[in-house]
Design a protein around this ligand. Structure first.
Ligand code: AMP
Length: 374
């Protein structure tokens, strides 16, 4: 197995793909990307256990495009359960293939007219992102051939089965060549998914990133009310009352700089990461935090994605995240590997709407968990 990559530059990607990845602002691979991309680049089949929000789209799109660039007359097919997901994936593909010649992507989804899709299919697009029902319609009418499909992705496979797509999948798979690379991604791996994988994948490598909500029981979550004007003082009080390493999240790059500067001036050993810092500065900050040279790391959400540090004792939301899902990502940075952790959010009166949305999401996750454990 190749070593886990810590930077996209460690991969020898075709230059037009490497520059597209950089233009998207991706520097550090997320854990699922670090695990899946090097394996997929060796043409192995993959069964990936990861949810949306983990960076799984790029985890399969990057190696898929790299392969298509090497085999000009071959194609790939991405099958997904919903139109929304298809659209999201297409957006990522458009960005990644920006500088790749003749690498058009088409969306084959239901709910829109067939005829414009027929027209684009005649041009033999290199990448098809499809929902099973509509793709099957086209296959049955002879509008598309899948005989040159070299890479197949089954994304959110568990949802496809939940939505009753198993018969369509089986029928579609009969149109594909046996010799191909198949990557299956799913948020969970129940027996029916493993059965599907056994049927359609060859000696797959399993890559897993735990569901982001998994460690929640081990995390002591709390909030403290403050105001914009007193937030820094509240932060200092909380830092003094706690022991161990602290990851602090701020909303913007500027605020990240400001909080880190303030803490350094107060005598704390604090470092910072965000998208405007060079790869070297980010690397030094993370290494220093990991080694204990800095007790505190201040970060934006994007910069913190993909960093994996085992010993974080506290996560402090200096600012609440804009997207409720990010709250779960953030607090999941503590309580790693079965350890206990603490997550604190500093709430100002202006945060009440955002906090309500986060609380709703947490309640929904709890309810879903209760349903699956009954
Ligand atoms: P996904 O799980 O594929 O839906 O991705 C979740 C979000 O993470 C999307 O907004 C992506 O643009 C973003 N993302 C994916 N990979 C990276 C990366 N390596 N660095 C920063 N952001 C990323």
């Amino acid at each position: 197995m190749s070593a886990i990559m810590s930077n996209f530059k460690d991969l020898i990607l075709p230059p037009q793909l490497e520059s597209a990845v950089a233009a998207m602002g991706y520097q550090t691979p997320t854990p699922i990307q670090a695990q899946a991309i090097p394996v997929a680049l060796t043409n192995r089949d993959i069964i990936g256990c990861a949810q949306t929000g983990t960076g799984k789209t790029a985890a399969f799109c990057i190696p898929m495009i790299a392969r298509l660039l090497k085999t000009p007359r071959r194609n790939s097919l991405i099958l997904v359960p919903t139109r929304e997901l298809a659209v999201q994936i297409e957006e990522v593909l458009v960005k990644l293939t920006k500088s790749c010649k003749e690498m058009e992507t088409v969306l084959i989804i239901g709910g829109v007219a067939m005829s414009p899709q027929v027209k684009v299919l005649w041009k033999k697009p290199r990448i098809v992102v499809a929902t099973p029902g509509r793709l099957l319609d086209h296959l049955r009418r002879g509008n598309i051939s899948l005989s040159t499909t070299e890479v197949l992705v089954l994304d959110e496979a568990d949802r496809m089965l939940d939505m009753g797509f198993a018969p369509q999948l089986n029928e579609i798979l009969r149109f594909l060549p046996k010799s191909r690379q198949t990557m299956l991604f799913s948020a969970t791996l129940p027996p029916d998914i493993l059965k599907l994988a056994a049927k359609y994948l060859k000696d797959p490598v399993r890559v897993t990133v735990g569901p982001v909500s998994e460690p929640i029981e081990l995390i002591k979550q709390s909030v403290v009310k403050t105001t914009g004007a007193t937030k820094n003082n509240t932060l200092v009080d909380e830092l003094n009352a706690r022991k161990g390493s602290v990851l602090i999240f701020a909303r913007t790059k500027k605020r990240t700089d400001r909080v880190a500067k303030f803490l350094s001036e107060c005598g704390y050993k604090a470092s910072r990461i965000h998208g405007d810092r060079s790869q070297k500065q980010r690397g030094d900050a993370i290494d220093g935090f990991r080694d204990g040279k800095f007790r505190i790391l201040v970060a934006t959400d994007i910069a913190a994605r993909g960093i994996d540090i085992a010993h974080i004792a506290h996560v402090i939301n200096y600012d609440l995240p804009m997207v409720p899902e990010d709250y779960i990502h953030r607090i999941g940075r503590t309580a790693r590997a079965g350890a206990e952790g603490q997550a604190l959010s500093l709430l100002t009166p202006e945060d009440s709407m955002q906090w309500r949305d986060i609380s709703k999401l947490l309640a929904k996750k709890e309810a879903a968990k209760a349903r699956t454990t009954i």
